[in-house]
Design a protein around this ligand. Structure first.
Ligand code: ASP
Length: 349
């Protein structure tokens, strides 16, 4: 692999132009990282969704807004991990930030259902205990990731849906908002375009060029060696019949196990459920001895691609190796480890 000389060369070039590695945010940079030999002090990796994200469709201002939001999210999670905080707190607080941003399809920026509503899903998993919690189809919980964590920690269940999940969140003292809180003009217009495209002969969800999977996710490894993962989404534009995708399905959109890895996915959820993508990464490492990179590349670029499933994932292993793989044109993403940070949007040139 030629990644080490590349990194060294990059560092020299960065030093020459007075930039620190931390400032090396390149919207174009992608996936592969040099393997970590000893456990990194901490590591955090995030995504803000994958899909048809192309530089030619982006204004410089919008690109900057995404890069700033990804960096701000990493600042929050990294700040917690640096101080010795838990991976669970880092994941929760980072995802809350992304949920509150209208840029991403989660929380405030959630997409609309066919009926013009917002139905939100989220999941949370603790790699130390393999406890997990999730909510599906909530319409009034401001931060569904908090509800997912509460299901994990405060209930005997794993997945709560609809009105019951909302009642539980309220009983837990979580912030409840009116459904109008989730309205954004951008997402409303996407629904109108999706409905118009539906009337065309080629109007399938996945063939809509407007389609982006803007789900958010975070996986963290803390100084104590514990991995946690969380994912939150508004689902897919124009979804019907109370559909939910992979996000609230543990093992599909989210998984964490201290012995292997933590994973958070984004993409066409039906495929991620059918291929149990997040758990598959962990299983390939556990039973076949694959490295994180081998497992994630195989699942995203072979298995899923062959099946026609588009999307990507972020993952990290117990040493702090990170993987940010996608088979779509782009994925909002970033990671940080001590002295190291990268944020990106598009695929490799
Ligand atoms: N995976 C999500 C779903 O199918 C969508 C996304 O990643 O944006 O609901």
């Amino acid at each position: 692999m030629t990644i080490r000389p590349f990194i060294i060369l990059s560092l020299i070039l960065l030093a020459a132009c007075g930039q620190t590695p931390q400032q090396a945010d390149a919207a174009e940079t992608a996936g592969e990282k040099a393997p970590v030999a000893e456990r990194a002090g901490y590591a955090i990796v995030i995504h803000g969704g994958a899909g048809t994200i192309l530089k030619e469709n982006m204004t410089p201002e919008r690109e900057q807004a995404y890069m700033d939001a990804l960096n701000a999210a990493l600042d929050i999670g990294e700040g917690i991990l640096k101080k010795g905080g838990s991976s669970m707190d880092a994941v929760e607080q980072t995802v809350i930030y992304l949920e509150n941003s209208p840029l991403f399809n989660a929380g405030k920026g959630s997409v609309f259902t066919h009926e013009g509503k917002n139905e939100l899903d989220a999941s949370f998993m603790d790699g130390a205990t393999r406890n997990a919690g999730a909510v599906g189809g909530v319409t009034v919980v401001k931060n569904p990731i908090q509800a997912a964590r509460a299901v994990m920690e405060q209930s005997v269940h794993v997945l709560l849906t609809g009105k019951g999940a909302e009642q539980f969140a309220e009983e837990q003292g979580l912030e409840i908002v009116g459904p109008e809180y989730f309205y954004t003009e951008d997402r409303w217009q996407s629904l109108q375009r999706a409905k118009a495209a539906e009337e065309q002969p080629t109007g399938a969800l996945s063939s809509n060029p407007d389609h982006k999977f803007g789900t958010v996710g975070c996986v963290a490894l803390d100084k104590a060696g514990n991995i946690a993962a969380g994912t939150s989404t508004g689902g897919m534009t124009n979804k019907r019949y109370n559909r939910f995708g992979d996000v609230p399905v543990i093992g599909a959109g989210t998984y964490a196990n201290n012995a292997t890895c933590g994973v958070s996915c984004t993409g066409h959820g039906e495929y991620f459920i059918r291929y149990a993508v997040a758990y598959d990464i962990s299983a390939l490492m556990e039973y076949k001895g694959l490295s994180l990179e081998e497992a994630t590349r195989h699942v995203i670029h072979e298995k899923l691609l062959e099946a026609g499933g588009s999307g990507g994932l972020i993952a990290l292993d117990k040493l702090g190796n990170v993987s940010l793989e996608f088979n779509s044109p782009g994925m909002y993403r970033g990671y940080a480890r001590p002295g190291e940070r990268e944020v990106g949007i598009y695929g490799e040139k």
